[in-house]
Design a protein around this ligand. Structure first.
Ligand code: BGC
Length: 757
């Protein structure tokens, strides 16, 4: 039979070659036909096999499975009981495992090889939240394209990215992996990343299938604690959580991953409302749904399914198509179908979706198409990628404070003290979720700044951020006691013209299962900062972190603050260019930075309360805290430049009743002395609606680069898709009434106007 199929595939392949003008539609229907013919040949057991995904034997990205399973996994691959692997990468490994499936299973159906290629494979881009701060969609598309190019050269054909979970909670470690708090920005970024990974043509050898994850609402884990319950209202679900997923589906993303959480009492993996009613029926998603690591099995611990059999049944009925690492599909589905508890049509549908992606990738034409040693050798770490990851790294940096123009630092004649363990770290800047990358492969801050060799540098670590081993799968130990390096740091600071302190979180202090209750500088770093400040106040604080931090003391005392996240391979070079002024910072925060962790969840697109304002001094009955301000430390969309911009002449033309558009124009001027780039942001408020709307919502943005003294008119057009919202039945409605428009450089934008619909 295997020969028959291969022969059949070969005939089709020749057929395709003979007619290069085949339209996409014809290709699609050819693929559908091939899938149907293959399905007709498959036994129930083989179809279920396609629905089964195992982790390989190299990396673990979840709780380690029982060791005894390995032999069974191999046997299952050979018996056609596996449709995909994850965590098998490298041409040699992929080829060997693919060979087992292709040569030894009855039908020789090739496997998918999935991997978390989240922000690069070997050459690492900034962590996703950092990239989101660039607001540069083309740079983010390119970053995903590079990741796909390297990963595909190493045998991988499917990535578990982009993570499109909106989150308003900086305690949650996985905010590093997303695009922040805003559904509009998040949707634009979701599209850009899907396009970057998948390209225009999935059958090319340098593009890979993408996964939008985690469906849905994982970013709303209660109290920011990983894997915790989610309980949100329908308005938030429809207007905040779902839009980036919808954008990814519209961009033709090939797979969607379930979330670990329970949403309103139902585990997302077993949620028919999410998976069938919304994703597959309403949105017509035609790719496949993969579970998260054992999320099928975890429905038992959630108290939803009594045992693995019931979990498999609930997941399959709900619309989960592939089971990652729980074994329940492969062990239970056959008898569930035979006993009449699961309709075989559901299995056919799931297998069909998975097979279609395999055809689209071109795996049936050549199962080893991603397995060229030569290509792998020339692609991994190819220097040609570095300029682009440096470009996005620079664009991701956000200047938070620049009192008395302490920045940029002079490029010569300065005696500079560099303090902080992170300054000398070549691994931490790679960030979390970069499992393909090699430790020590990032440019450290020290290496970056020492290239500006007309200054004199002295370095002192001051204190470690974490101690002991730093591994992706292990808990990290924070240094809360060892201050033995303080004296040395203080002594070099005393005689310096400028002190550059590189503080923050280790790259593995954010990411999966890295929730925190504090948003401070971990360990003894705040003390170090304050003690150095005692002897020299001329400090530039370079922050490296995977989430918003709450640093009110630093904001009050430290003159220069640069948010440098974890910027990947080119980290130190990007930071140095910003510190010394070769790059004028342009990043804008994609997530609100609070004053205090107790304000979390804090986000700009909040609803008004019934008592939003202080009625008169001393009054107590209004919506506030008694011990902290309501406002953020740095708002969403915020970021300074070495120049300054002004906004004027806001003009609104309301042609909605004629052609359905409202045009908004504004004049932006560079009022400073340097060339610079800003992001013009337009926010809208639908003042009165049948379901209350946020006080401000980002609707559109545009980046503009201006010379000193230059002005430009920026024009936006708002249409129904920007003016409406989802009501509590999930219908998109545009309601008449008054709207406020705000335009500016961040979510505090106060140049405003109004129009009526
Ligand atoms: C994560 C997913 C990831 C998967 C496979 C899970 O623990 O939640 O995002 O893709 O592991 O590594």
């Amino acid at each position: 039979m295997k020969l028959l199929i291969l022969g059949f595939v070969a005939i089709l392949f020749i057929g395709c070659q003979q007619d290069p003008s085949l339209s996409n539609k014809t290709e699609e229907s050819n693929i559908d036909q091939q899938v149907e013919e293959l399905l007709a040949e498959m036994t129930l057991e083989e179809k279920i096999g396609q629905l089964n995904q195992y982790s390989g034997f190299m990396d673990f990205t979840g709780p380690q499975p029982n060791k005894g399973r390995t032999a069974k996994k191999l046997e299952h691959i050979k018996n056609g009981k596996v449709g995909a692997m994850l965590n098998v990468h490298g041409v040699d490994n992929v080829r060997a495992v693919q060979k087992m499936a292709v040569k030894e299973s009855r039908l020789g159906i090739p496997l998918l090889f999935g991997f978390d290629v989240v922000h690069g494979y070997k050459t690492i881009s900034p962590i996703p939240i950092a990239e989101a701060a660039s607001w540069d969609l083309e740079a983010m598309r390119r970053s995903a394209e590079i990741a796909a190019e390297e990963a595909s050269a190493s045998g991988i054909n499917w990535t578990f990215a982009p993570m499109v979970d909106i989150s308003r909670d900086a305690r949650w470690g996985r905010v590093m992996e997303g695009a922040g708090e805003d559904p509009y920005l998040g949707s634009q970024i979701a599209k850009a990343r899907v396009k970057g990974f998948q390209g225009e043509d999935l059958s090319k050898t340098n593009t890979i299938a993408a996964t939008a994850k985690h469906f849905a609402a994982y970013g709303f884990a209660e109290a920011g604690r990983e894997y915790n319950t989610v309980d949100i209202g329908t308005s938030t679900l429809y207007n905040v959580v779902l839009p980036p997923f919808k954008a990814a589906v519209d961009a033709d993303v090939k797979s969607i991953m379930n979330a670990f959480n329970v949403l309103n009492g139902i585990p997302a993996t077993g949620d028919k409302f999410l998976l069938r009613d919304i994703l597959k029926d309403k949105w017509n998603f035609d790719g496949f749904v993969v579970s998260d690591w054992d999320s099928v099995g975890e429905m038992v611990a959630h108290g939803f399914a009594e045992d693995g059999r019931e979990a498999a049944k609930q997941a399959a009925i709900a619309g989960s198509d592939m089971d990652m690492e729980s074994y329940h599909f492969v062990e239970e589905l056959q008898s569930l179908v035979e006993d009449g508890e699961v309709d075989e049509e559901l299995i056919n549908d799931a297998a069909r979706r998975i097979l279609r992606v395999k055809y689209e990738l071109g795996l049936f034409e050549d199962p080893y198409k991603y397995c060229s040693e030569e290509r792998e050798k020339e692609t991994l770490y190819n220097p040609k990628f570095r300029a682009d990851v440096l470009d996005i790294a620079k664009k991701s940096i956000v200047l938070l404070k620049n009192q008395n123009d302490i920045l940029p630092v002079k490029t010569s004649g300065q005696n500079i003290a560099v303090i902080g363990a992170l300054a000398d770290d070549k691994t931490s800047p790679l960030g979390s979720w970069r499992i393909g990358a090699d430790d020590e492969s990032a440019i450290s801050v020290l290496e970056g700044i020492e290239k500006y060799d007309q200054n004199k540098y002295t370095y002192s670590k001051g204190a470690d951020v974490v101690t002991g081993e730093t591994q992706f799968t292990r808990e990290l130990k924070v240094n809360t006691t060892d201050k033995s390096g303080f004296n040395d740091a203080i002594s070099i600071a005393k005689s310096a013209d400028v002190v550059i302190m590189v503080l923050g979180e280790h790259g593995l202090q954010s990411g999966e299962a890295r929730s925190r209750t504090r948003l401070d500088l971990p360990g003894v770093q705040q003390e170090l900062l304050e003690e150095v400040y005692e002897v020299n106040q001329n400090i530039v604080l370079v922050l490296q972190n995977g989430r918003p931090l709450a640093l009110p003391w630093a904001d009050e005392h430290i003159p220069g603050i640069v948010e440098a996240w974890q910027l990947g391979t080119e980290s130190g070079n990007a930071i140095a260019e910003v510190l010394f002024g070769d790059y004028n910072p342009s990043g804008k925060l994609p997530m609100t930075f609070p004053r205090h962790v107790g304000q979390v969840p804090i986000y700009y697109n909040k609803k008004s309360t019934g008592r939003p304002e202080l009625p008169s001094p001393g009054e107590v009955f209004w919506s506030h805290y008694t011990d902290e301000q309501n406002s953020s430390l740095y708002p969403f969309g915020f970021g300074l430049s070495y120049t300054s911009f002004s906004f004027k002449h806001l003009i609104i033309e309301n042609n909605h009743s004629d052609d359905g558009t409202v045009s908004v124009s504004v004049e932006v001027s560079n009022t400073g002395k340097r060339k610079g780039k800003t992001t013009v942001q337009l926010y809208l408020q639908d003042e009165f609606a049948s379901v209350t709307r946020p006080v401000k919502e980002l609707k559109v943005f545009e980046q503009v680069e201006l010379d000193p003294g230059e002005s430009r008119e920026i024009k936006f057009q708002l249409r129904d898709k920007d003016l409406g919202f989802y009501n509590n039945s999930g219908e998109f409605v545009v309601e008449k009434g008054s709207f406020k428009v705000y335009v500016g450089e961040d979510s505090h934008a106060d140049l405003s106007g109004e129009f009526q619909l």
